[in-house]
Design a protein around this ligand. Structure first.
Ligand code: NAP
Length: 334
C-alpha cells in the first residue's frame, strides 16, 4: 500500500511532455467532450493554440461553452478554430443528434476525445438508469459506436489514424470489491441502489469504461479500421470534478490535490498524448503520456477480466441497440 502511494505521488509530480505543436495539429479536426471546463477546456485550449483546423467543443451548456470559447480565443489570439456544439450525455437523443451532426458536417476527424463525465455520490436517475451510469457508461459508448463508422471512413479516405480516446481514471482499479458484488449481472447491478455503495459509484463507472473500452477495441482492430481506440488516465488533477460530492469526499480529494494534484493544464497533456499515440496504444491504458499496461490489474487484463469485459460489453450493447437499432452492426462492418 505504502509503495503504491509512493509510486502514485512520484508519478503525480512528473513534468509531462506537451506533445502537440502547430506541426502536429496542422489541418486536423478534433472533438473534445466536456470542453467548457477542467481538462476538456485545457485540451481544447492547447489545440486552438496550436492552430488545429477545427476544434469542436462539445458541451451540455451552450452559454458556458461560448464563454469558454471566448476565453480560449482571447488567450490564444486564434479565432475561427473552436466551435461550440451541444452534447448532453444525460439525454440519448442529444447524443444521437450530436453524432448525426458529426457524421454529416465534418469531413476529416483526427480525434474524438471522450472526456465528459460526472462523479456523483448521490442516487438519481436519467434515461431509466442511475445518472452516472447513463452519462459515464451508456452515453459515452453510444457516442463511441455512433462515430466509429465515420472515423473508419475518414481513416480509409485520409490514412490519418483517427483516435477515439476515452478519458477514464486509475481510481477505477480501487473498485474491485464493488465490481465483485455485481459481476454476475453488471449493468443491472449498476441500476440497483442496494448493490452499489454510492461512494464507489464513480470508480465503478470508470472501471466499466476500462472493461468495455478494452473489449470494444478487440471488435474494431486498427488493422481493419485504421482507427485507434485507447483509454487515458489524466492522473489526479485540480478540477471541479468533485463539486457534486459529499463534503467528506470533497475534502479528501481537496487535500490530496493540495499534496500531489496536477494542475488542469498538466492534466490535459496525457489526453493530448493519447489522442495522437501510436497504433500500439489500441485497447491499452495510457497514463502520464506512456502506455502503462503494467498498472492495469490482472483481474482486469487477464483471462477472467477479458471474460468480464465481454459480459459488460454485451450488457451495454443490448442497451445501445435499443437506443439506436443497428448501431453495432455498423461498427462491426469494417
Ligand atoms: N480531475 C481528476 O482528478 C480526474 C482524475 C482522473 C480522471 N478524470 C477524468 O477526466 C475527465 C474530465 O474531468 P475533469 O476533472 O475535467 O472534471 P470537470 O471539471 O468536472 O469537467 C467535466 C466536464 O464534463 C461535462 N459534463 C458533465 N456532465 C455532462 C453531461 N451530462 N453531458 C455533457 N457533458 C457533461 C461537464 O460539463 P458542466 O461544466 O456543464 O458540468 C464538464 O465540462 C472525466 O472523464 C474524469 O472522470 C479526472
Amino acid at each position: 500500500m505504502a509503495s503504491f502511494f509512493l509510486e502514485f505521488a512520484a508519478e503525480q509530480r512528473l513534468q509531462l511532455p506537451l506533445l502537440v505543436t502547430p506541426e502536429t495539429c496542422s489541418g486536423k479536426t478534433y472533438i473534445v467532450t466536456g470542453a467548457n471546463t477542467g481538462l476538456g477546456y485545457e485540451t481544447s485550449k492547447h489545440l486552438v493554440n496550436c492552430r488545429a483546423k477545427k476544434v469542436i467543443m462539445a458541451v451540455r451548456n451552450l452559454e458556458a461553452g461560448e464563454t469558454a470559447k471566448a476565453e480560449i480565443e482571447s488567450a490564444t489570439n486564434n479565432r475561427g478554430i473552436a466551435e461550440v456544439w451541444s452534447l448532453d450525455l444525460s439525454s440519448f437523443d442529444s447524443v444521437k443528434s450530436f453524432a448525426k451532426r458529426v457524421n454529416s458536417q465534418l469531413d476529416r476527424i483526427d480525434a474524438v476525445i471522450e472526456n465528459a463525465s460526472v462523479a456523483h455520490d448521490r442516487w438519481s436517475t436519467v434515461e431509466g438508469y442511475e445518472a452516472s451510469t447513463t452519462i459515464n457508461i451508456l452515453s459515452t459508448f453510444l457516442l463511441a459506436v455512433l462515430v466509429l463508422p465515420k472515423l473508419t471512413e475518414v481513416a480509409k479516405r485520409y490514412g490519418n489514424l483517427p483516435h477515439l480516446t476515452i478519458v477514464t481514471s486509475g481510481v477505477a482499479f480501487t473498485a474491485k470489491e464493488a465490481m465483485d458484488r455485481i459481476r454476475d449481472n453488471p449493468l443491472a447491478g449498476m441500476n440497483d441502489p442496494t448493490t452499489t455503495d454510492m461512494n464507489k459509484r464513480y470508480p465503478l463507472t470508470k472501471l466499466f469504461q476500462h472493461y468495455a473500452g478494452r473489449h470494444l477495441a478487440t471488435l474494431v482492430p486498427v488493422s481493419k479500421t485504421g482507427v485507434v481506440v485507447n483509454l487515458v488516465n489524466p492522473g489526479l488533477c485540480k478540477t471541479k470534478l468533485s463539486r457534486n460530492s459529499k463534503f467528506s469526499r470533497w475534502l479528501e480529494i481537496y487535500i490530496t490535490n493540495l499534496l500531489v494534484g496536477r494542475s488542469q493544464e498538466m492534466g490535459s497533456r496525457p489526453l493530448l498524448h493519447a489522442s495522437m499515440a501510436g497504433a500500439e496504444s489500441h485497447g491499452r491504458y495510457v497514463s502520464s503520456c506512456e502506455i502503462k499496461e503494467h498498472q492495469v490489474p490482472e483481474w482486469v487484463k487477464g483471462e477472467e477480466g477479458r471474460k468480464l469485459g465481454e459480459r459488460i460489453w454485451n450488457d451495454i450493447a443490448v442497451e445501445l441497440e435499443k437506443i439506436e437499432p443497428g448501431c453495432l452492426d455498423r461498427v462491426l462492418r469494417h
